[in-house]
Design a protein around this ligand. Structure first.
Ligand SMILES: NC(=O)c1ccc[n+]([C@@H]2O[C@H](COP(=O)([O-])OP(=O)(O)OC[C@H]3O[C@@H](n4cnc5c(N)ncnc54)[C@H](OP(=O)(O)O)[C@@H]3O)[C@@H](O)[C@H]2O)c1
Length: 262
């Protein structure tokens, strides 16, 4: 049976590249790509049109619980389970730029960033965990010991700036807070879904600084060799996903496999 991977936030950037990578390098993996406006995602539509037997596009705004629930129901009726779920969607801030000081902080900015970056991925886990438990464990490493095996992998895309221990610069209140809280969700999920039977591996992954719309306002400050292409970043992140097992669950890893402090 072909493995099933679901990429949430697949219209562009890293999410789109995950879909491309899975189609080019992981045949016959079936790809479920969700985005909030499929008609406004031409690159994803072209990918789906070129791979009609392997790509399913579903509409899903991660800030809308009923849409997450509906997407999970549609996946349940079409697939027996999900082996890999990657929560990719995020915003830096509704304005497109992170706050540089307290003066820039607004309740609307913080709450809407948290809704997309933190609450949405947690609700994805709520509705898709039962499907991950029905996965066939085809991603990651499986130890011989049955009690340590997993059925599915849940990836929350985090950012190094969400690390409290690593924060020496300040700023970006909304985005940093949203990713720090997302990391707490990952940790909590790893405990609950690591005790469950079947088990699910839950990790946060940091992609590096990648050439996408999200980081575009800051590209001029990044040395060229430190600004990754989406292809390079996804290749490295898939290597980490391939290495995951239950004993690596509940942690945050950077693109090079190093662990990021909470
Ligand atoms: N790029 C970097 O340097 C960098 C660094 C560290 C971490 N990350 C993380 O990597 C992940 C991917 O980022 P990226 O660089 O690929 O960003 P991006 O190119 O800006 O893409 C963001 C994606 O999130 C989707 N999205 C936003 N709000 C949504 C919502 N309410 N519902 C569903 N989808 C929504 C967007 O969909 P629409 O097309 O509909 O807007 C788009 O597909 C994010 O979690 C980000 O925090 C990125």
């Amino acid at each position: 049976m072909a493995a099933v991977a679901l990429v949430q936030g697949a219209s562009r950037g890293l999410g789109l590249q995950f879909c491309q990578h899975l189609l080019s390098h992981r045949a016959p993996v079936a790809v479920i790509a969700t985005c909030r406006d499929p008609d406004g995602a031409p690159a994803l539509s072209a990918l789906a049109a070129g791979n009609p037997s392997r790509v399913t596009v579903l509409q899903l705004d991660v800030t809308r619980e009923e849409q997450i629930q509906r997407a999970a129901e549609r996946v349940r009726s079409a697939f027996s389970g999900v082996d890999l779920l990657i929560n990719c969607s995020a915003v830096l801030h509704p304005s497109g730029k992170g706050e540089t000081s307290l003066r820039d902080v607004s309740a609307e900015g913080v709450t809407s960033t948290l809704a997309t970056n933190t609450v949405g991925p947690l609700l994805m886990a709520k509705y898709f965990a039962p499907l991950l438990q029905k996965g066939t464990g085809q991603f990651g490493r499986q130890p011989a010991e049955k009690t340590k095996q997993h059925n599915g992998i849940l990836v929350n895309m985090t950012a190094r700036v969400g690390s409290i221990g690593d924060n020496a610069l300040g700023g970006w209140y909304s985005y940093r807070m949203s990713k720090a809280a997302l990391n707490m969700a990952t940790r909590n999920l790893s405990i609950e879904l690591g005790r469950s039977r079947p088990k699910i591996v839950c990790v946060s992954l940091h992609p590096g600084t990648v050439d996408t719309d999200l980081s575009r306002p800051y590209h001029k400050n990044v040395p060229q060799h430190k600004l990754f292409s989406t292809q390079y970043s996804v290749q490295r992140l898939m290597e980490i996903i391939d290495s995951l097992s239950m004993d690596k669950s509940g942690k945050a890893y950077a693109w090079d496999g190093s662990e990021i402090p909470w």
